[in-house]
Design a protein around this ligand. Structure first.
Ligand code: DAH
Length: 344
């Protein structure tokens, strides 16, 4: 009588060590077992056949388990954004025609370059921040009604003060950090001139002019005797450089908690003389918010507002870029639509 349990032990041991476990299913032991069936007395055949089948099923399961084990190779984490094939022994650059810089990224570089030439240093913002930087340090104490203008996304997780974290609704969330980081410049007789071109988030109803995710460029400039004239001249110089032509600009009074006085900065429509769709027929395009940095914002960063003054501005980059290329729908910019992107 064939000892099926013994065969089972042997085959299982072979599978466990095999690098090609499928081959065990073709082992001669199986052939021999099947060959025995017709020779058996009729009353033994059923039970024996069943035992052989059970053996086969058990070995198949072991084969699958061993194969899964072999398939689980240890792979080091790779950088999926790397511009070369990280798995090749000698990395080859991936063909550049498979991708290109996004128009917004390219324009942000152009914008930063213009400000760099004017002496600004560019810094990054962040995609999650605390309420101190988003509000308190900018002179929006808790319960301040102007907080409602920044309808942003909050986390359910809270910080040590019990406050939610926020997805920053403006790049101004970096102002306090920049003032503290560059405060020593003032003592050395140099101004603070910093720029933050980065991503911001708002809980918006989406349409051709509103996105939940967009870009802003924030600028701050602090020094001795800085005034509104410096603010207007800086922004006008930037805009004329960016659009490559002379432009008329206009400021209107406005309100922001972190500037006093605050302004809305408009530019004479670069596309028309008598009104067009970009300026909605008004010949002026409201572009950005700006003002003289509020004394409380300077004080929060340990800068004496009696000694130093400064201006700040925050401008939507998508808006600038849309005007430059006459893009009608802001949603195209974040859509990842190749038809749109290939135009740039
Ligand atoms: N943070 C403002 C906004 O997103 C824009 C702004 C206004 C920024 C005035 C400034 C400023 O730095 O001084 O609506």
């Amino acid at each position: 009588m064939t000892d099926i349990p013994a065969i089972r032990e042997t085959l299982l041991a072979t599978v466990a060590q095999s690098n090609a476990p499928q081959e065990v299913l073709r082992a001669p032991e199986f052939r021999k077992l099947y060959a025995q069936i017709p020779a058996l007395p009729a009353e033994e055949r059923g039970a024996f056949g069943q035992a052989v089948n059970e053996l086969k099923t058990a070995i198949e399961a072991a084969v699958d388990a061993r194969q899964a084990e072999l398939d689980q190779v240890d792979v080091a984490p790779i950088d999926v954004t790397a511009p070369f094939d990280v798995n090749a022994t000698r990395p080859n650059l991936l063909p550049a025609e498979n991708g290109s810089e996004h128009p917004l990224t390219r324009e942000m570089t152009i914008i930063s370059d213009i400000f760099t030439r004017m002496g600004f240093v560019a810094e990054e913002s962040r995609e999650i921040d605390d309420q101190f930087h988003m509000f308190e340090s900018l002179n929006f104490p808790k319960g301040h009604p102007a907080r409602d203008d920044y309808d942003t996304f909050m986390t359910t997780q809270v910080d040590q003060n019990g406050d939610s974290f926020v997805a920053p609704a403006h790049t101004s969330t970096m102002q306090h950090r920049l003032l503290v980081q560059y405060r020593d410049m003032l003592a050395q007789g140099e101004p603070i001139a910093a720029l933050v071109p980065d991503r911001v988030f708002r809980n918006e109803d989406l349409d051709a002019k509103h996105e939940h995710t967009f870009y802003q460029v924030e600028g701050i400039y602090v020094g001795k005797s800085i005034n509104v004239g410096n603010l207007v001249a800086t922004l006008q110089t930037f805009l004329e450089e960016y659009y490559g032509r002379k432009l008329n600009v206009r400021i209107n009074p406005f309100y922001f908690p972190f500037t006093e006085p605050s302004f809305e900065f408009a530019l004479e429509c670069p596309f028309c003389e008598n009104g067009c769709s970009v300026c909605s027929g008004s010949k002026w395009v409201e572009l950005l918010g700006c003002g003289m940095i509020h004394p409380n914002v300077l004080r929060a960063a340990n800068i004496d507002p009696a000694e130093y003054t400064g201006f700040a501005f925050g401008c939507g980059i998508d808006r600038l870029v849309m005007m430059k290329y006459q893009i009608e729908d802001i949603r195209n910019l974040e859509s990842g639509k190749l038809d749109f992107l290939r135009q740039f």
